[in-house]
Write a protein of this length. Structure first.
Length: 300
């Protein structure tokens, strides 16, 4: 049931939402309209399965924060958007009762109970989920869902950093926010690559695709779009194509927003910081470095 599954993730402010909306137009996939989070965030399934959080601690956050929360701007968020309280409570109780007998199967069941009805309602065989930590926790998610595909959404780090500065939880200046962005790319790299029983492992190329938002909205758009379709093994579709051509524009993606309100010397400082950061990420062999550098060289 949960094998035809795409996990989209990134640093935050990187295009995960727009990619989910794009793929959710395809007849094969229903897009989860919120970040579900319980399967990949702190005190979520990876921490539960590794023993970093108890079952009680996980259930407390599931029934509280992940069910319903209110952001600092007053906007409510949570799983309450997707199903009724009774449906949620039944799924949570079922998971809690089954967890100790078979933790992996119970986690798969909870994910399916909470999210898969969205695909069933739309009559689609697959699902797309866009929590930002998906790629960072890709190894755990792949053990849970062996056939899942992962899309790592990235964008020009200057624009990602500029967007972060508008949030209460991020650095206030673009230069500092570039460090924030790079640190999260490093964290994602650790999630994609690691060791188990003394052996190195990584997501295979046929399960991980880096998608540079800038290419989709302002670069060689058709090539980037076609590459994503090929990776997922799906054909183009009029609804998906219409969204791509009508909604995914430089203006809507706020391309080069980092320049706004910045003088010549400020822009030069940011450019130099970004170039140094990309070079450092490439020296570290971060899997996102080369696609970002190539996009930077093409688009400037």
């Amino acid at each position: 049931m949960t094998e035809d599954l795409i996990f989209i993730g990134g640093t935050g402010r990187s295009g995960t939402h727009i990619l989910c909306r794009l793929l959710g137009r395809h007849p094969r996939y229903a897009g989860v309209p919120i970040e579900a989070r319980f399967h990949c965030n702190k005190r979520g399934m990876p921490d539960l399965l590794s023993g970093r959080v108890s079952l009680g601690g996980f259930m407390e956050k599931l029934r509280g924060f992940w069910w319903h929360r209110v952001r600092v701007d007053g906007e409510p968020r949570g799983l309450y958007n997707l199903l009724t309280r009774a449906e949620f409570a039944a799924a949570a109780d079922r998971f809690e009762a089954r967890y100790h007998d078979n933790p992996m199967e119970a986690c798969r069941g909870l994910f399916g109970d909470l999210l898969w009805p969205l695909a069933e309602e739309e009559g689609k065989p697959g699902l797309v989920e866009m929590s930002s930590h998906n790629v960072r926790e890709a190894q755990t998610l792949r053990r849970l869902f062996q056939e899942a595909s992962f899309v790592h959404a990235v964008r020009d780090g200057r624009d990602a950093a500029s967007s972060v500065t508008t949030k209460t939880w991020g650095p206030e200046r673009v230069v500092a926010a570039i460090d924030w962005w790079a640190d999260r790319l490093r964290s994602i790299e650790r999630g994609v690559r690691g060791e188990e029983d003394g052996g190195a492992y990584a997501l295979p190329a046929d399960r991980l695709r880096v998608v540079v938002l800038d290419d989709l909205v302002a670069g060689e758009r058709d090539a980037a779009y076609g590459g994503l379709l090929d990776f997922l093994g799906i054909d183009d579709d009029p609804r998906m194509r219409g969204f791509f051509e009508g909604e995914m524009s430089p203006a809507n993606a706020h391309v080069a927003r980092w320049r706004e309100g910045m003088g010549r010397f400020g822009r030069l400082r940011v450019e130099r910081k970004y170039e140094r950061t990309l070079a450092a990420l490439e020296r570290e062999r971060n899997h996102a470095a080369r696609p970002l550098i190539e996009a930077y060289e093409r688009l400037g």
